[in-house]
Design a protein around this ligand. Sequence first.
Ligand code: NAP
Length: 274
Amino acid sequence: MVILDGKKTSSKILAEVKNRVSTMNIVPHLAVILVGENPASIIYVNNKKKAAEQVGIKSTIIKMEKDITEQYLLDEIAELNNDNTVTGILVQLPLPEHINKNNIITAISPQKDVDGFHPENVGKLVSGIEPYFYPATPQGILMLTDEYNIPLEGKHAVVIGRSNIVGKPMGQMLLKRNATVTMCHSYTNNLDEIIKTADLVVSAVGKKIVRCKMVRKNSVVIDVGIFKDSNGKLTGDVDFDIVSPSCGFITPVPGGVGPMTIASLMYNASKVYP
Ligand code: NAP
């Protein structure tokens, strides 16, 4: 069994991004909007800023009070869309409940939508047209499997979770790589039986869901989930100790998909459209 080292691979990708940025004739500039004071969001935003600094991308964090109006946020996004010195825009989710997330995502220029969540980018992905940006987490997962030369074509990929940020785009991106994709969610019957038939499992749920020894021999297990267990320890969806002896490749938590998401986001943030 091989552990897919997200830390090492992300360092390599970040070094490549840094190298490319250093040869560009403009410095990419990422604007990150943070609404409110969600502690996890503050950590994520600071990590993104740190990673941007590391690769030579300028970043600006725009902090807003949690009780701003949706229109206020839309106006700020319109300004950033029109600002030629800003090349990427990211609104940290979740947003306060009174703000409609979809209106905000749709307001960002698709050419600056480094998260790849804008309906134009999503629609392009689904239609087989090259989007301006792919969502960071699934793109980072494919960067990791590519690094380990894991073939995907013709393989049976089982994606657990159907969120807009991970599961759905993951499924589409695996289809694009000619995998045969099964999408699973909370209404899926016989999940364990489906997992048994997978060459690749991507679990993005946020609960201990892949507990069985039943992953196929030599299969690839990607654990996207990250949450705290009852002892406050960071853990993933996959019971690593039980599953790892049976599979071919597996990501650890932490140190697997998390660092790849950041590297993939920086890859996106280094892309500049006129
Ligand atoms: P999410 O929006 O919370 O959705 C969870 C998905 O899991 C839903 O599609 C849900 O199905 C499905 N689900 C829930 N219980 C299930 C069950 N018993 N069996 C099968 N499917 C079940 O998901 P997310 O935002 O993608 O996040 C998922 C996890 O990944 C979280 O732990 C999050 O912190 C982590 N994450 C990590 C990274 C990273 O970079 N490492 C990035 C993003 C997310 P329904 O649709 O039917 O409700």
